[in-house]
Design a protein around this ligand. Structure first.
Ligand code: NAD
Ligand code: GLY
Length: 390
């Protein structure tokens, strides 16, 4: 008799390379980093007990990985369901979120149902928010498949959807029970998306770790060519830094804001151009250059430092020249940035850095910010290498 299994190549054994602990008391969890992990939940060190698991993914990622993840989960759950969302930042909204709730309710999912977010930051943020809300909270596992999600968005429990008036404005802090970073999934990630993830890797250097910044600079070509050991180190060190920051300030009462280096400008770029025009990581890359220029204006870093960071962002394949936002550029940036979550009483606060790897939150007069925006739209850190063409 023909055995269909004999024609299928067995998946190579999973390799767990690193485990990074995130210490949040009863909400603590491990970040697991390795190859082939999504095929082997035995390597996850425990799964929530439930009768139903629901893999939430999107129309790009599901055809690549959902069947494999569902097969791997099948021995552990009586039912493994799948919800496939549309793709893209522009779909990170109420209507798409509701599709998750519709599916959970239509299938009679109870309050022990475990959700698995299989995809990039968009799927992860929405699935996490759905998990926080459904029956007032069900467990969820992050299975990030983009570099950006592996080094940042899957870790730390920020979940959200966008509002037309502001990015990530509707959401909750809600921690996953596991983060499973399968580095093998990065093989199918398009170049532009991969480079966007590098922005969030670079971010950890200026805000926290100058040794890591030096290492990224020295290995930027190897990172661009996705050398496995180099990527594994970048994911591990990024997760270690994020875990340390979140472990001290889970709900962003202070320190955690440093993780938003480049994001105040970046979020304005995303909202101002229309979500999805520039990728989140592209906007953050350019935003970091703008924040470095602002840091220089405040006397915290030298022009040489701005030039150095600009070159690194450009070498990562990211834009460094700020887009002009219609109709009135700096005024438009400023109005968009006033709805930033770090703003207080209408006063915008920026993450700025010094050259020792320290980050600070500073309120800055509008006139100074406007000068920085105009300078960056005209060339920012003085390199032409990073003009984005979309
Ligand atoms: P994304 O989720 O849109 O994924 C990028 C693209 O890659 C999508 O088209 C996706 O379908 C596709 N994709 C995903 N994995 C793939 C794979 N392995 N192979 C091929 N294609 C794949 O974008 P992203 O950059 O992962 O995440 C950006 C989002 O993350 C933004 O919404 C941002 O606000 C959010 N974010 C959240 C946090 C947080 O702390 N929660 C932090 C940073 C960013
Ligand atoms: N990405 C910013 C944060 O998690 O706080």
């Amino acid at each position: 008799m023909f055995d269909s299994r004999s024609s299928v190549d067995p998946a190579p054994p999973a390799t767990l390379l690193h485990t990074v602990a995130i210490d949040l008391g009863e909400r603590s969890y491990p970040i697991l980093i390795g190859h082939g992990l999504l095929d082997d939940p035995q390597t996850w060190g425990g799964l929530p007990r439930a009768s139903t698991a629901v893999v939430v993914s999107n129309e790009i990622v599901a055809p690549l990985y959902a069947a494999r993840l569902r097969a791997a989960l099948a021995p552990h759950y009586a039912r493994v369901l799948e919800v496939v969302l549309p793709d893209g930042e522009a779909t990170k909204d109420w209507a798409t979120l509701n599709r998750i709730f519709d599916a959970l309710l239509a299938h009679g999912c109870d309050r022990k149902t475990v959700l698995l977010a299989l995809g990039g930051g968009v799927v992860g943020d929405m699935t996490g928010f759905a998990a926080a809300c459904y029956m007032r909270g069900v467990p969820f596992v992050q299975v990030p498949t983009t570099l950006l999600a592996q080094v940042d968005s899957s870790v730390g429990g920020k979940t959200a959807i966008n509002h037309p008036l502001g990015k990530n404005m509707i959401g909750a802090f809600y921690q996953p029970v596991r983060v499973v970073c399968d580095l093998a999934a990065l093989a199918t990630l398009p170049e532009r998306e991969y480079c966007a993830g590098l922005a969030e890797v670079i971010k950890y250097g200026p805000i926290h770790d100058t040794v890591f910044l030096d290492w990224i600079e020295a290995h930027i070509e190897a990172l661009r060519s996705r050398e496995p050991a180099i990527v594994a180190h970048a994911v591990r060190r990024s997760c270690e830094i994020k875990a340390a920051v979140v472990g001290q300030d889970e709900r962003e009462s202070g320190l955690r804001a440093i993780l938003n280096f480049g994001h105040t400008f970046g979020h304005a770029i995303e909202a101002g151009l229309g979500y999805g025009q520039w990728l989140h990581g592209e906007a953050v890359g350019c935003g970091m250059v703008m924040a470095a220029v602002l840091s220089q204006r405040l006397g915290l870093v030298s022009p040489a430092y701005v030039e150095r960071l600009t070159r690194l962002v450009a070498a990562a394949g990211l834009p460094t020249r700020a887009p002009v936002l219609a109709p009135d550029n700096a005024a438009r940036y400023l109005s968009l940035m006033r709805v930033d979550k770090k703003a207080e009483a209408g006063e915008i606060r920026f993450v700025v850095v010094d050259e020792r790897g320290q980050a600070y939150l500073r309120a800055v007069p509008d006139a100074v910010v406007a000068e920085v925006i105009e300078a960056c739209a005209a060339g920012g850190g003085d390199t032409d290498a990073g003009t984005l063409r979309v």
